[in-house]
Design a protein around this ligand. Sequence first.
Ligand code: GRF
Length: 206
Amino acid sequence: MKPVRIAIFASGTGSNAIALIKKAQSLNEGQIEICFVLSDKAEAPVLEKARAAGVRTYLVEKTSDRQSHEKSVLALLREYRVDWIFLAGYMRLLSASFIQQFRLWHEQREQIVNIHPSLLPAYPGVDSIARAFKEGVSQSGVTLHLVDEGMDTGRILRQEVLRRTDDISLTEWTRQFHQVEHRLYSQFLENIALGKENTAYFKENP
Ligand code: GRF
């Protein structure tokens, strides 16, 4: 099987990006190739971390013009013939036309995924862990989902529940979320590597 080519998009800390990179590097058959990590923020710590882990990075900065931003990103995806996009704390929505172009390159399959720290459709958007915590929920969790043009609205692939005990701090609960995120996300990457998740390889339109 030829390697599956992955791009990771991230805007922040990058703990999920690093978990994915480590998983890819641990797969000894080289089934996964992380082509690059892309960020829209120059100051994002993920850029330095990815480079330190030996992964190429690109910065395509936020501009007022969404169309030209996405055009630059699509050019990179095409250049590297990327098969799957993993969003990992990427703070931008992808437009319907961006998603459609990516599907066109992959036999109409949906090959963009995201990880989110809530049991979607509850708590979409930012600060999901803190919002759930402050409302005193008895449980929340992590969702792995396909990406559409909405805010955390694509089809759900996996969910894992995280209970909140009365004595747990927000810091500790947040740590637990990240642990689950890293595990779920790298397991999904491994499943792609093992062919347990089908991949339509990048193909230019006829
Ligand atoms: C994670 O909580 C992820 O679920 C959400 O954004 C956060 C990114 O964290 N989409 P990190 O940059 O991967 O550490």
